[in-house]
Design a protein around this ligand. Structure first.
Ligand code: GDD
Ligand code: MN
Length: 380
């Protein structure tokens, strides 16, 4: 803030009758939760007794009248607020908008249906105030946590989703699917430029969007049964999750690398023709031998350029490691060439035009080369 603005704001605050310094905002996304709102608020009052908190409900115009009830309650308790969104749906985006509607230094997210254990909130708040961590997460999968009465298929789906986020996005949480956590508001500020807001899984979104690794703690809790009403989890939620995984994996430098990798591939084609022309045209080396040499030279050139440019930050160093990586690159590209050849021939026989078949082969071969060389050579 510049000096003038600072002065103005302190003049302004000097005449505010009772300063309201909310330390904690609890964001509650709701869709058809009319019967759960009062039990939840009672739980919050009890477990946060004596602390300075507010609850911000973000309701997507629930047909059951959740919002009118909330507004009525808010008339009598200034700690309650309700944001209504019309013509929109989405759990993550509701949470993000709720957080932005708060000015508190700490923000929590909790479901309205009493499945999360609101008694943890006070402890979460204390841990954050101590300053050692950025975010405290309620987890069902650390010792002491659990789920009551979940059917096996739901447990399996939850495990699968967790495994995917660990593998693809490198998230090291036991329960990244959790929708129950508290964090400093800087976490939101540091992540907001890259947040996708897609779907149900805000925590995965936050962890992959933040500019630096987040310091976190997980607290165990028992995931309870829903107090009233029905879950909104459906197959659309799974689809949204796949989209989020895709968006975030592509996001993680991969798209930029793929473009760099493809440009190197295009340079490789030029190198190939240059070598072929020299050997075959000018030095009259027989075609097969000239072509084989050109392939080898182009591969070495591609490998070197990728190692020095595309993967500069993780490049392979040392003579032995370099040769080993080159051999791996040869192996990957040979299979890529076979894939290219096989697909193109097959499409051509299915009566695609020659250039369509060739293009499909080239794309498949490049994607193969890119993915495999990344995981075999530069992926660690
Ligand atoms: N505003 C808004 N918009 N709120 C929504 C929407 C929406 O489109 N969809 C769901 N909600 C609210 C619900 O009203 C509830 O308060 C909360 O989001 C969670 O929705 P549930 O339908 O209760 O989800 P769940 O019980 O299947 O999933 C829960 O478990 C997951 C872990 O397995 C949620 O807590 C998830 O956050 C959690 O990750
Ligand atoms: Mn629920």
């Amino acid at each position: 803030m510049n000096a003038e603005l600072e002065q103005e704001s302190s003049d302004f605050l000097a005449v505010v009758p009772t300063p309201l310094q909310r330390s904690l905002s609890i964001i509650v996304p709701t869709f058809n939760e009319r019967l759960n709102v009062i039990p939840l608020l009672e739980g919050l009052r009890t477990s946060l007794h004596g602390q300075d908190w507010e609850a911000i409900f973000v309701d997507d115009d629930s047909p059951d009248g959740t919002a009118p009830l909330l507004r009525e309650l808010a008339q009598n308790d200034p700690r309650i607020r309700c944001i209504t969104r019309v013509g929109r749906r989405g759990l993550s985006s509701a949470c993000i908008e709720g957080m932005f509607a708060s000015s508190a230094p700490y923000v929590a997210v909790i479901d309205a249906d009493m499945q999360h254990d609101e008694r943890l909130l006070a402890q979460m708040h204390q841990m954050l105030q101590a300053g050692e961590v950025d975010i405290v997460i309620g987890s069902r999968y650390v010792a002491g946590g659990g789920v009551c009465h979940w059917r096996t298929h739901r447990v399996l789906i939850s495990r699968l989703a967790t495994g995917l986020s660990a593998r693809l996005l490198n998230i090291k949480l036991t329960d990244p699917m959790s929708g129950f956590f508290m964090m400093r508001r800087e976490v939101l500020v540091g992540a907001v430029d890259r947040l996708s807001g897609l779907g149900f899984k805000i925590l995965v979104d936050l962890f992959t969007s933040h500019e630096r690794p987040l310091r976190f703690v997980e607290l165990p809790y028992q995931f309870r049964n829903r107090h009233a009403g029905d879950s909104k989890l459906d197959s659309g939620v799974a689809w949204d999750y796949v989209l989020l995984l895709l968006a975030k994996s592509l996001d993680r430098l991969v798209l930029g690398r793929f473009l760099a990798f493809s440009s190197v591939g295009a340079i490789g084609v030029l190198v190939h023709f240059a070598v072929l022309a020299c050997l075959h045209k000018w030095l009259t080396v027989p075609f097969a031998a000239a072509q084989a040499t050109a392939i080898a030279v182009a591969m070495v050139s591609n490998f070197t350029l990728n190692n020095e440019l595309t993967y500069r930050d993780v490049r392979v160093r040392g003579v032995f490691a370099w040769w080993r990586a080159l051999l791996k690159f040869f192996a990957v590209c040979l299979v890529g060439a076979a894939l290219n050849m096989g697909l193109a021939t097959w499409l051509y026989q299915l009566s695609s035009t020659w250039w369509q078949s060739a293009l499909a082969g080239i794309v498949a071969g490049s994607v193969w080369n890119f993915i495999l060389s990344k995981s075999a050579i530069w992926g660690r």
